[in-house]
Ligand binder design. Structure first.
Ligand SMILES: CC(C)[C@H](C(=O)O)[C@@H](O)C(=O)O
Ligand code: SF4
Length: 469
């Protein structure tokens, strides 16, 4: 029978089927962080159950961490407690923990891939919705709830019903200034916030094939913003090349095995999907969100669309009111006082490298505060070693230390009430970046140009006049 890549990985991990619908799935990797793990450790402790395979768990601290003076004791009492609790739980259970002082600390979805812990063909879970990121490596990766975190800790397995499968094919050429972020925002705008609900999405076609791993991660990361369980891309030579010299990457003999495995991790030509979409990248331009979910998104030079369907209009008007926008009006020229460059969507070295090319020998506009929060200590180090930090500083950008930061404002990095923030993150929900804060999601390229201009501009025109070298 013809099988999808997803089928192949799923089937090779089914320990047994409980009934026609529910499988017991073996889990290869379990990432944990300080927000969703304490309750699971507590549950196991209360039930006197020990962790089955602590060497399959990797812990990092990211959501609550301050992004300045990470060498000093944490001031925020709750953050300090959560991080200490994670450290203690890892200590007691022999779990590898990347705390604030560790060279490998960072956002969970940035460190797993960059250290070579996420590998093709694996099943990967974490108590975090953006676990979908890891699907970029050709693995089944998805977010789980806290009680499931406890289940995986106790059994290394998970009860799961197999999701439906969708394929999104994208071919064509990329327009000027278009990156992976614009592509996924475009797809989400077409499918809607729940267009992927109940599905696992395979991204295929030349555009994804030509992407580097960082770009593929950006795409898979945002799969869940259209309700999907996760995203997946066939592993190939690009995947293997990315992984080869990573810290935890298997040594030579294992590498050969992985190479052979990757040859099999392909969707068969005649495999069937429950739903298929096909898009052409010629239609995609630099994108920006105007509303309070990522699907409320337009080509940056277009006006905010007018909603004609009555019951949809009500929801849209509420969202536009929050954002201070009006249907039919353009975002071009809108003054932006805050730019946030970071999050598990766009805080990797490739993202920051691109930004540095745009802002080299330029200064940010006076009205803007820009913070750049690298995804990990490794990214931070690379920035310092390559001198990118100096380019940022010269432009007036503030370089912070790694963490989730203003992506969700669980630490002190919040956007003030009523202010607009051009953000490279993945969610623009009401209050996401601070009470009353108004988030506009876009690519790192759009963020960098907005910081320089202090307002929303026509990106295509800007790049025509200021080519990226
Ligand atoms: C805190 C965590 C549970 C949450 C998630 O699951 O996504 C966070 O990472 C987010 O992005 O909102
Ligand atoms: S960076 Fe943002 S989206 Fe990613 S895990 Fe952290 S809070 Fe969630």
């Amino acid at each position: 029978m013809n099988k999808t890549l997803f089928d192949k990985i799923w089937e090779s991990h089914v320990v047994f089927s409980l009934n026609k619908k529910i499988d017991v799935l073996y889990i290869d990797r379990h990432y944990i962080h300080e927000v969703t793990s304490p309750q699971a450790f507590e549950e196991l402790k209360n039930k006197k159950i020990s962790i089955l395979r602590s060497n399959k768990i990797i812990a990092t601290t990211d959501h609550n961490v301050p992004t300045t003076n990470q060498n000093l004791p944490i001031k925020d009492v709750l953050s300090k407690f959560q991080i200490k609790t994670l450290e203690k739980n890892c200590d007691e259970n022999g779990i590898l923990f990347f705390g604030l002082k560790h060279d490998f600390q960072g956002i969970v979805h940035v460190i797993g891939p960059e250290l070579g812990i996420t590998l093709p063909g694996m099943t990967i879970v974490c108590g975090d919705s953006h676990t979908s990121t890891h699907g970029a490596f050709g693995c089944i990766a998805f977010g789980i709830g806290t009680s499931q975190v406890a289940m995986v800790m106790a059994t290394q397995c998970l009860l799961q019903s197999k999701p439906k499968q969708m394929r999104i094919k994208l071919t064509g050429n990329l327009n000027l200034g278009v990156s992976a972020k614009d592509i996924i925002l475009y797809i989400i705008s077409k499918l809607g916030p729940d267009g992927g609900t109940g599905y696992f999405i395979e991204y295929s076609g030349s555009v994804f094939k030509n992407m580097n791993m960082e770009e593929r991660m950006t795409v898979c990361n945002m799969s869940i913003e259209m309700g999907a369980r996760g995203g997946i891309i066939e592993p190939d030579a690009t995947t293997l090349k990315y992984l080869k010299y990573k810290f935890f990457y298997p040594k030579e003999k294992e590498f050969k095995k992985l190479k052979n495995l990757c040859k099999k991790l392909k969707t068969d030509k005649k495999a069937l999907f429950n739903k298929e979409y096909e898009f052409n990248s010629d239609q995609i331009y630099p994108m920006i969100t105007y509303g309070t979910n990522p699907s409320m998104c337009i080509n940056i030079s277009d006006p905010i669309p007018i909603e004609k369907i009555k019951n949809k209009k009500k929801i849209k008007m509420k969202s536009l009111k929050y954002m201070g926008f009006i249907e039919g009006k353009y975002l071009l020229g809108l003054k932006i006082n805050y730019v946030f460059i970071g999050s598990c969507t766009n805080s990797r070295i490739e993202d920051i490298l691109l930004i540095s090319k745009i802002i080299k020998n330029k200064k940010k506009a006076d009205n803007v505060s820009v913070i750049v929060v690298p995804g990990s200590k490794q990214v931070y180090k690379k920035m310092i070693n390559s001198g990118i930090n100096l380019i940022l500083l010269n432009a007036g950008f503030e370089l912070r230390q790694p963490g989730c930061s203003a992506c969700l404002g669980m630490n002190e990095d919040k956007i003030p009430y009523g202010e607009y923030c051009l953000s490279t993150s993945n969610r623009n929900f009401e209050g996401r970046q601070g009470k009353g804060a108004r988030t506009l999601l876009a690519s790192p390229l759009v963020a960098a140009i907005t910081a320089i201009e202090g307002k929303i501009v026509n990106i295509t025109e800007y790049i025509k006049n200021n080519p990226i070298k």
